[in-house]
Write a protein that binds this ligand. Structure first.
Ligand SMILES: *[C@@H]1O[C@H](CO)[C@@H](O)[C@H](O)[C@H]1NC(C)=O
Ligand SMILES: *[C@@H]1O[C@H](CO)[C@@H](O)[C@H](O)[C@H]1NC(C)=O
Ligand SMILES: *[C@@H]1O[C@H](CO)[C@@H](O)[C@H](O)[C@H]1NC(C)=O
Ligand SMILES: *[C@@H]1O[C@H](CO)[C@@H](O)[C@H](O)[C@H]1NC(C)=O
Ligand SMILES: *[C@@H]1O[C@H](CO)[C@@H](O)[C@H](O)[C@H]1NC(C)=O
Ligand SMILES: *[C@@H]1O[C@H](CO)[C@@H](O)[C@H](O)[C@H]1NC(C)=O
Ligand SMILES: *[C@@H]1O[C@H](CO)[C@@H](O)[C@H](O)[C@H]1NC(C)=O
Ligand SMILES: *[C@@H]1O[C@H](CO)[C@@H](O)[C@H](O)[C@H]1NC(C)=O
Ligand SMILES: *[C@@H]1O[C@H](CO)[C@@H](O)[C@H](O)[C@H]1NC(C)=O
Ligand SMILES: *[C@@H]1O[C@H](CO)[C@@H](O)[C@H](O)[C@H]1NC(C)=O
Ligand SMILES: *[C@@H]1O[C@H](CO)[C@@H](O)[C@H](O)[C@H]1NC(C)=O
Ligand SMILES: *[C@@H]1O[C@H](CO)[C@@H](O)[C@H](O)[C@H]1NC(C)=O
Length: 797
């Protein structure tokens, strides 16, 4: 061993000296030809250097380094890193400062714009602090290559860019909030007749695709994904002879279809991405026409559904195939995919495929790094041939009907696997410690490990050695007893998502010191048998905490007030008692969802809800709260849903909530609310978007003022934006609510956005039923019973 490492060192020294030698030679030979820099250009570049700070986090590329650090006034600027001069004139004609860790704002008077001879400018992957692209870009009339991709530019793209008529390559992609004038793309298409490469992805161009774009006969690569394009994609695009890459994905309002006649079109289109558009696709004819495709993405597309065409197997050059989120059904024909031996990326998820996975098919796909079959109806056992796909990094088999046993040690073959999802099948996962936890075994280093519903009876021992987990899902298994101590110590630097809900766990093994888990953001312990509320106030970035449906008893400690970053807190369906701790009404500064329903809390509600509260939902139904409602609830301007049902509140109707601009659900039933609901003097107290109102089983009297409370006509909808939490895949996006309709209590896990429910039954309301209710659109349920109302349901119904 000593000998061989010696040899290695000798060899590397030899290589090193050759490189040094080579450098010297090159440097010398270049020195002799080096044109001298123009003084003005040297000082312009040095001033440019001064206008930014070097900041390693400003560039994402792993090989990024600050090229400008080496720029020194005592050498010719033509030798500087990233600078290119014209050999004859000495003018700076090229500047490649991509991934150069530049941070700072770009202004129109930046000295860069005095380098009027520039032909190539690459500033991609820096951080220009949301600057606009300066109009001084017009100073570069000779520019052929312009790349400002992924550099934190923003705002309006100046017209001047579309006038750089010599451009053959333009890349403005992946900047934040960048948008253009409606005519900009049209002007570009008319003027930049030499364009070969155009990448505008994620810029809001918000226009149709101008037909003049199809005159750009040199185009080889056209990338317009997520540009807000609408209207019809001109069919003549497919006739561009040189086109190799076409990506118009993520433009949902973009329509179009392939031309019937392809004569004269590109013989070798290599990459076609039409995902998330409304383009009409006939897969067999697409395959017939574009047989050289290496990349095909038609996720969320307008495809005539059915089984996969056999001819897919003819696309032998395919390396990337995304068919996800369509309605494909039937079995996967072996002969089809088995032929695609170069496939690296294969996504079949969210379709209606069924049958077994053809074992033979996978055997040929040895290059695969990404395989997703999730959310289909596949059944049968997990094919053994999967475990020969040594390059797999992502494997998603979740949400199918796979059955049988899977031995976890099989995954030892897949050393590159970082994402594994086996959840929601009928699988039984066997993890024998003797194989997985001995000194000779090296497990893959998982980042996402999702083993929901895999019939696990205990926490798999192999987790102990996982150091890089980001998300761990063990929900819906048969875990019981206590959560072992060592679970707190796995992947402490990375783990941000833990879901162990729907098991039979009863507690946490006591540990001397619980390590601060500063990265934990999502903890779901719901549907278990926990008896003690686990409070983790040291978690500074905690967003989601769900411990609903357990056996928690006792009072809630004031420590909960210190979980200041909570966004979602669910303690419902337990046996908690006592007053709520006095954290102030908002509980935590960032709380959006507060669910405490179905416990035995009592006392008054905490006072002092403050302006700037993020609360969207408060559900404290089925407790023993009493007294008046805190008037400061009117400060919760984001509140959409307030559920107070089944308590002992004694108060008049909260007209003062009528100013809340988002309030859609107000449930106050089964309390002791009383009095006449008077139309308020103030105009702005009109419950502008209220959809669901339940006042039943209270002591209200007098007339019920429909016109005032429902003046919003129910024209708005309840659907709301929960994207943030969806990332953490909790079943959000809709309200769940229990509604009693005709005496039958029903639980609606997802309330549709467009219905109106009114229940004022079992009060002492009196007077005529007003005609007005006939005007309410979308009324779905109306219960007026057990009051002293007269008249009939209005004829307008
Ligand atoms: C740029 O520098 C500013 C000020 O130092 C800093 O706040 C910001 O995070 C930096 N931006 C990036 C992307 O590094
Ligand atoms: C230029 O100056 C730097 C110090 O600022 C020095 O390290 C370098 O050797 C000098 N280069 C030449 C070519 O004189
Ligand atoms: C970023 O831009 C803002 C406002 O335009 C400015 O106040 C701030 O100083 C800039 N930061 C840097 C690092 O240039
Ligand atoms: C550019 O203009 C800003 C003011 O808009 C000024 O502060 C800055 O010094 C100017 N930079 C140069 C290089 O002239
Ligand atoms: C622009 O620069 C980025 C980062 O260096 C690179 O990935 C991209 O391919 C370039 N775009 C073009 C069109 O050359
Ligand atoms: C094309 O650009 C040139 C140079 O900036 C300009 O003079 C001309 O008006 C532009 N033509 C169109 C059609 O925009
Ligand atoms: C894009 O711009 C249009 C008009 O400029 C605007 O109506 C639209 O909301 C923008 N879209 C996005 C996603 O910003
Ligand atoms: C595997 O690839 C070979 C060569 O392309 C082909 O003949 C064979 O049918 C493929 N096997 C399967 C199961 O598709
Ligand atoms: C350790 O695990 C390997 C499989 O990875 C197995 O072959 C070996 O028998 C195990 N050793 C013991 C002592 O169980
Ligand atoms: C809450 O945090 C404060 C400091 O931020 C500390 O003084 C107090 O003891 C903490 N309360 C509990 C119950 O941990
Ligand atoms: C409700 O409150 C009243 C007094 O306000 C009290 O008499 C009654 O017992 C309470 N009911 C319940 C169920 O707690
Ligand atoms: C409700 O409908 C009436 C009549 O149709 C209309 O005048 C009023 O503006 C509508 N209110 C809202 C909030 O849309």
């Amino acid at each position: 061993m000593g000998l061989s490492s010696l040899c290695l060192i000798t060899v590397s020294i030899y290589i090193l000296s050759t490189i040094v030698l080579f450098h010297l030679v090159v440097a010398n030979s270049m020195q002799s030809h080096t044109p001298t820099c123009h003084d003005g250009e040297i000082s312009a570049l040095l001033q440019f250097k001064q206008s930014f700070v070097i900041d390693m986090s400003a560039s994402e590329y792993v090989g990024a380094y600050p090229k400008i650090s080496s720029w020194k006034s005592n050498s010719s600027c033509c030798l500087w890193d990233g600078v290119e001069c014209d050999e004859k004139t000495g003018h700076v004609i090229g500047l490649d400062l991509s991934s150069s860790c530049l941070n700072g704002s770009f202004s129109s008077n930046n000295t860069l714009f005095s380098l009027v001879h520039l032909q190539r400018l690459n500033l991609a992957d820096n951080a220009f602090n949301f600057s606009q692209i300066p109009t001084s870009i017009r100073n570069f009339p000779r520019l052929r290559y312009l790349n400002l991709s992924y550099s934190v530019f923003s705002g309006h793209i100046p017209f001047e860019v579309s006038q750089l008529s010599k451009l053959s390559s333009l890349d403005l992609s992946l900047n934040d909030d960048m948008f253009s004038n409606k005519e900009w793309l049209r002007s570009l298409a008319q003027n930049l007749t030499g364009l070969e490469t155009l990448d505008l992805s994620s810029i809001n161009v918000s226009s149709t695709v101008p037909s003049t774009l199809t005159n750009l006969s040199h185009l080889t690569s056209l990338i317009l994904s997520e540009c807000g394009l609408f209207g019809k994609l001109p069919g003549r695009i497919f006739k561009l002879k040189n086109l190799k890459v076409l990506d118009v994905s993520s433009n949902p309002a973009l329509t179009g279809n392939f031309p019937d006649d392809y004569s004269g079109s590109s013989p070798d289109l290599m990459s076609l991405k039409l995902s998330a558009t409304n383009f009409s696709i006939n897969l067999p004819s697409l395959i017939e026409r574009f047989h050289s495709l290496k990349e095909l993405a038609v996720s969320i597309c307008n495809i005539s559904e059915g089984p996969l065409p056999f001819s897919l197997g003819n696309l032998r050059d395919l390396i990337y195939l995304d068919l996800s989120y369509n309605k494909f059904n039937g079995q996967i024909p072996t002969a089809t995919l088995g032929n695609l031996r170069d496939l690296i990326y294969l996504d079949h998820s969210y379709n209606k495929f069924n049958g077994q996975i053809p074992t033979a098919m996978l055997g040929n796909l040895t290059q695969l790094t990404y395989l997703s079959l999730s959310n289909n109806y596949f059944h049968g056992s997990v094919p053994q041939s999967l475990f020969h796909l040594m390059n797999l990094q992502t494997l998603q088999l979740d949400h199918n009907n796979f059955s049988g046993t899977v031995e976890f040690q099989k995954f030892l073959n897949l050393q590159k696997l970082t994402y594994l999802d086996l959840s929601n099948n009928n699988l039984e996962l066997l993890s024998e410690s003797r194989f997985l936890n001995n000194a000779t075994t090296v497990l893959p280093e998982f980042e996402y490990l999702k083993l929901g519903g895999c019939n696990l009876r205990e926490f798999p021992d192999f987790l102990r050695s996982q150091e890089a987990l980001f998300q761990l899902d063990l929900s819906g298994n048969k875990l019981q007893g206590q959560v072992p101590k060592w679970m707190w110590n796995i992947s402490t630097e990375t783990l941000s998502y833990i879901n162990i809900s729907h098991n039979f766990l009863s507690g946490f093994e006591k540990t001397a010191a619980v390590l601060p888990r500063i990265h934990l953001r999502y903890l779901d312990l719901s549907f278990n048998m926990f008896r003690e509320l686990l409070l983790l106030p040291y978690l500074t970035s905690f967003l989601y905490y769900n411990i609903a449906n357990n056996k928690l008893t006792g009072q809630v400690s004031p420590m909960i007030c210190n979980m200041t970053f909570l966004g979602y807190l669910d303690l419902s369906n337990n046996k908690l008692i006592g007053n709520l701790p006095q954290c102030g009404g908002n509980f935590s500064a960032s709380l959006e969802y507060l669910k405490l329903g179905n416990n035995s809390f009592h006392g008054n509600l905490p006072q002092s809800y403050t302006n700037g509260s993020y609360l969207r939902m408060i559900d404290i139904g089925h407790n023993n709260f009493h007294g008046q409602l805190p008037r400061s609830l009117a400060n919760c301007a984001s509140l959409e849903s307030l559920v107070l049902s089944h308590n002992n509140f004694t108060d008049t109707f909260p007209v003062w909530l009528g100013a809340l601009p988002e309030l859609k659900i107000l449930k106050m039933d089964h309390n002791v609310f009383y009095g006449v609901i008077l139309k308020p003097d103030k105009k702005n107290l009109q419950f502008p978007v209220l959809r669901i109102l339940d006042l039943s089983y209270n002591d209200f009297s007098g007339q019920f003022p429909f016109e005032y409370i429902f003046s919003g006509n129910g024209t708005t909808s309840i659907t709301h934006d929960l994207e943030y939490y969806r990332i953490y895949s909790f079943n959000g996006g809709y309200y769940s609510i229990t509604i009693i309709c005709k005496g039958v209590e029903r639980y609606y896990p997802r309330v549709r956005g467009d219905l109106i429910l009114i229940d004022i039954s079992s009060n002492n309301f009196e007077g005529q039923i007003p005609e007005y209710i006939g005007k309410l659109q979308g009324i779905w349920s109306l219960n007026l019973s057990n009051n002293i109302l007269t008249g009939r349901i209005p004829s307008s119904w």
